[in-house]
Design a protein around this ligand. Structure first.
Ligand SMILES: [Zn+2]
Length: 195
């Protein structure tokens, strides 16, 4: 027994001396290398018995770029409705597009921008009452979703009526959430137009 205990001690001592130099080297290596780091928040443990239960929030931040359509959203913040148009004179579709397109759907030419003169008056083409909005729609329900015809547009864009009750053929005016913009397409909406 005595012999056995002595032998491992010697081994440990001899091993200890050698690793000291190695440790110094390792420290230098640690400073130079990029390590994977935990970037989240420490998970809260709710209970450990009879089994471990953690709280695992599932919310995420999704990074989304507006890309070449950014001028549309910058316009909304300034109270401007901006549309795109194909500059190709040979293209059969020369009307405006809202929602904007980066490239012409017909000839693939890069579109150019045009700001609609205020006030923008449109006509309700159709409408529907939204009682249960889809995920990501940050509007109180129920609300009226309206498809509005605007003169000079190739499209009939969807938006919502801020107040009032819609009917087909009703005149509406575009308004903008310029004071507290949401930086989304919700920054423009329609209100009943009474000239
Ligand atoms: Zn075109």
């Amino acid at each position: 027994m005595a012999k056995k205990t002595v032998q491992p001690k010697k081994k440990t001592q001899s091993k200890k001396k050698a690793p000291i130099k190695k440790k110094v080297l390792r420290k230098t290596q640690v400073q130079q290398r990029e390590e994977v780091k935990f970037t989240g928040q420490v998970t809260k443990v709710r209970q450990v018995r009879p089994a471990t239960v953690i709280e695992w929030p599932r919310s995420i931040t999704h990074l989304h770029t507006y890309g070449m359509l950014s001028p549309f959203f910058e316009g909304l913040k300034k109270g401007e409705l901006r549309a795109t148009r194909c500059p190709n004179s040979k293209c059969l579709e020369n009307r405006l597009w809202i929602p904007p397109r980066a490239h012409c759907p017909d000839c693939h030419t890069e579109m150019i921008w045009k700001t609609l003169p205020n006030p923008v008056i449109g006509t309700i083409y159709t409408f529907t009452e939204v009682v249960y909005a889809g995920t990501g729609i940050e509007l109180s329900t129920p609300y009226w979703q309206v498809d509005v015809e605007i003169s000079g547009l190739a499209t009939i864009p969807k938006s919502y009526l801020l107040y009032g009750k819609p009917h087909i053929g009703m005149k509406v005016k575009a308004e903008f959430r310029t004071k507290k913009p949401t930086n989304t397409v919700l920054d423009y909406y329609w209100v009943p137009y009474e000239p």
